[in-house]
Ligand binder design. Structure first.
Ligand code: FAD
Length: 271
């Protein structure tokens, strides 16, 4: 079974700060990590490989330092890694990103399963996986929490809902977007990480020409959307201290809550 896993290197947002003047993320000195949902996608692929013959190819698009994320995935047990890195990819929106990833997938060739994370914690759109499925004409199962069954032709998955689970099936090849699978999610072992770092062979670096992309369809030029402005929403915090006798303050509180639609008047509950 051939499985391709798409992973994105993202800034560790638990440590990200905003530049108040420009409204952009301060990336300098911020550690980069594999996007959390992508780690779950990797774990899904590794669990499939635990139970059957499977070859796992991990693909990332990003600046040269994203090779660390690919190396870490190899250290976890993936068999091959590809980094798509080229200045021409810079400024890509989700459409240009998914177009680029589709070209790389086309170059890799046959596969049975394409795994993405549900959402990246920096861009946060959750668009890339579904766009790839649309561009490649694949069935897509999104927000998957568990792979229940897989054979050479078909996959059955579970997706958590507010009230329980949905069980979904698709014929292969298919694309899945993964989020929060049951633990444990493995981390690379020191030995295999060292092996992945010292072994040059499995990670290939492909540029735009390698995957046959025209300048007009990738990066900023290939982007269908444009960021006009980024800003933090202004939060308005106003406090009001009620004074007087307790029944008077309680009535004042109820009146204010009703005014802000926090409570409603019902027949059973006249307040
Ligand atoms: C309008 C717009 C303009 C942008 N301009 C820039 C810019 O100038 N510079 C810049 O650096 N970024 C820019 N971005 C962000 C960049 O395009 C996104 O990071 C990228 O398109 C992925 O979208 P996302 O982060 O929302 O990922 P999501 O769609 O939330 O990611 C879902 C999954 O898709 C896969 N995936 C996503 N991205 C990658 C990747 N790069 N490699 C491998 N797998 C991936 C992962 O499996 C991930 O879990 C822009 C985004 C938008 C919407």
């Amino acid at each position: 079974m051939e499985i391709i896993i798409l992973i994105k290197q993202v800034p560790d947002t638990s440590e990200v700060k905003l530049d108040r003047k420009t409204g952009t993320l301060v990336r300098e000195g911020v550690p980069s990590i594999i996007n959390p949902d992508d780690r779950h996608a990797l774990e899904c692929a590794l669990r499939i490989k635990d139970g059957r013959q499977a070859r796992l190819t991990v693909v990332s698009m990003g600046p040269p330092q994203a090779i660390d994320a690919v190396t870490e995935a190899l250290g976890m047990g993936c068999d091959a890694g590809i980094l798509l890195s080229d200045r021409a990819f810079a400024g890509a929106d989700t459409w240009a990103t998914s177009t680029t990833l589709c070209r790389a997938i086309g170059k890799i060739g046959n596969f049975d399963l394409l795994l993405c994370g549900r959402q990246a914690i920096d861009g946060d759109t959750a668009q890339t996986g579904p766009q790839i499925a649309e561009q490649l004409g694949l069935p897509q199962l999104t927000r998957v929490n568990e792979i229940e069954k897989i054979d050479a032709r078909r996959i059955v998955v579970k997706r958590r809902t507010e009230t329980g689970y949905e069980r979904l099936a698709a014929n292969l090849p298919a694309l899945l977007t993964i989020t929060k699978i049951p633990p444990p999610v493995r981390y690379p072992r020191a030995g295999s990480l060292l092996e992945a770092c010292t072994q040059q062979a499995p990670i290939e670096i492909w540029n735009a020409a390698d995957i046959g992309c025209q300048a007009i369809e990738i990066g900023l030029r290939g982007s269908l959307t444009q960021v006009i402005r980024t800003f933090s929403p202004k939060t308005r915090r106003e406090g009001e201290i009620l004074s007087g006798e307790i029944p008077e303050m309680a009535a004042g509180l109820v009146e204010r809550m009703r005014r802000h639609h926090l409570i409603r008047q019902t027949a059973q509950n006249p307040t």
